[in-house]
Design a protein around this ligand. Structure first.
Ligand code: RIB
Ligand code: CA
Length: 313
């Protein structure tokens, strides 16, 4: 079986951490590196947290890169109110000993995409799209070389989680998201419409903890902490595992359903900045550019995730 080559662009974040663990536990995937970006917490913490999770998974060999420390044109908005001061509140995990790769994340993206055969690398984005948009601007030649982008971001029927209209990853850097949705790269979005159906209920959390290994117990502790925001705001029955849906889609796309529609990003209105306007009902003549997911088999998703976490240290 040929492994899918992927780069994970991420702003850990507890749900990013679970997505990274899922990817590193899955033999179908070859993770070429983790490129980190400012988002949930500032870059100095997201790059540290990515290395913490690599070591939790027994993968201190995996290259981790620091990328952009602020959006293309705006001040950084972070989400400590959701993820805690460290971005990985919940478990007590040791500081990383593995080094940060000295290359900039954007340089790694460009170098890797130029070196790989066209179409061979999938980009999995779990945070604001600043690194990708910066790479596209510096090296437009890489855009047609990308196989596909699977992105956690956006919302339509579910509307916003950081403003009434916008989902966090898109809201933090709407100009970057606009560049990506206009790029012509094959895009699949995991919006809140689907991720809010991937809730870590008490039985699911107990199943993580019952694994008894470091990854399972840490996942239980991370989601125990991470659920507070959504329980308080939405009355959710557990933490929504936003980012792991990106990896699960690569492993079992049949777990998901959606539509290939036009998605545009609001970059001008203060009222709706960062909104993903999905033409779900085909009422415009705007060309479809995103496979926008709307539903998932939640039990199947958690069965996959739990089985894969069991494979880790
Ligand atoms: O809106 C949810 C997204 O924002 C997730 O990727 C979470 O980690 C935060 O980055
Ligand atoms: Ca994230």
């Amino acid at each position: 079986m040929e492994k899918q080559k992927i780069i994970i662009d991420t702003d850990p974040g507890q749900d990013d951490a679970v997505a990274i663990l899922l990817a590193l536990a899955s033999p179908e995937l070859e993770v070429l590196g983790l490129t980190t970006v400012a988002g949930n917490v500032p870059l100095n913490l997201t790059q540290k947290n990515a290395r913490i999770i690599c070591e939790l998974a027994g993968r201190a060999d995996l290259p981790v890169f620091a990328g952009c420390d602020q959006p293309l044109r705006r001040n950084l908005v972070t989400a400590e109110h959701v993820h805690g001061r460290t971005g990985l509140d919940g478990p007590s995990l040791p500081d990383p000993t593995m080094p940060l790769d000295p290359r900039h994340a954007v340089a790694f993206l460009i170098e890797t995409l130029r070196a790989a055969p066209p179409g061979q690398v999938t980009l999995c984005t779990l945070g604001p799209l600043t690194n990708l948009a910066t790479a596209f601007g510096e090296a437009p030649d890489i855009i047609p070389r990308i196989g596909q982008i699977i992105a956690m971001g956006g919302a339509y029927f579910e509307v916003g989680n950081i403003t009434p209209a916008a989902e966090f990853n898109i809201y933090v850097d709407p100009e970057a998201a606009d560049i990506v949705v206009r790029s012509g790269v094959p895009l699949t979005f995991m919006p809140l419409d689907v991720t809010h159906k991937a809730l870590v209920t008490a039985p699911r959390n107990a199943a993580f903890r019952a694994l008894g290994n470091g990854a399972g117990v840490a996942t239980a502790e991370m989601t125990d902490f991470f659920e507070r925001f959504d329980r308080a705001k939405y009355g959710s029955d557990g933490a929504p595992l936003h980012d792991p849906t990106v990896i699960a889609y690569l492993l079992k796309p049949e777990l998901f359903s959606g539509r290939h529609v036009n998605v545009a990003v609001e970059t001008r209105s203060d009222l709706t900045l960062g909104m993903t306007v999905a033409d779900w009902w085909g009422v415009t003549n705007r060309a479809p550019n995103v496979t926008f997911m709307g539903d998932l088999d939640a039990d199947g998703f958690f069965a996959l995730l739990t089985e894969r976490l069991a494979r880790l240290p």
